[in-house]
Design a protein around this ligand. Structure first.
Ligand code: FES
Length: 133
């Protein structure tokens, strides 16, 4: 059973990311918009969906590595994941979202992460420094 921590987490999804040359699609939607729509639908079925806010963004500057998402939360590591499939990556992104929500400081052990959070890592950033009174 997953322990839910009530920190507000955000999953940013770039909705402008395009399909790669080798992964064209007949959809009128961008790859990023498809990924956002799938995540929105599937995240609603997860126990932790109230702890993570799905937020669309228009470019995160890693366009050549589409699709791109970022997991962020106060006092936690920030994970930027790239080269994601708008369909096949969704189950693993959901798995990682649950791990990220449950994990103190966002430090999901590497061995326990799904492949998208191993091979798909574009960058991992430390938590922002806490302002001192
Ligand atoms: S268009 Fe998605 S990162 Fe730039």
């Amino acid at each position: 059973m997953t322990t839910i921590i009530m920190t507000q987490h955000t999953l940013f999804v770039c909705v402008l990311c395009r399909f790669s040359e080798s992964n064209q699609n007949q959809s009128r939607l961008s790859a990023g918009q498809l990924l956002f729509d799938y995540l929105s639908k599937e995240l609603a079925t997860c126990d932790w969906h109230k702890s993570i806010h799905l937020h669309s963004v228009r470019c995160m500057g890693a366009c050549s590595r589409a699709c791109v998402v970022t997991f962020a939360a106060p006092n936690k590591l920030t994970f930027i994941l790239s080269e994601l499939s708008p369909t096949h990556s969704v189950p693993e992104l959901l798995q990682f979202s649950g791990q990220y929500v449950a994990c103190s400081k966002g430090k999901v052990p590497y061995k326990e992460r799904p492949e998208v959070a191993k091979k798909g890592i574009h960058a991992v950033l430390p938590p922002l420094p806490v302002a001192r009174p």
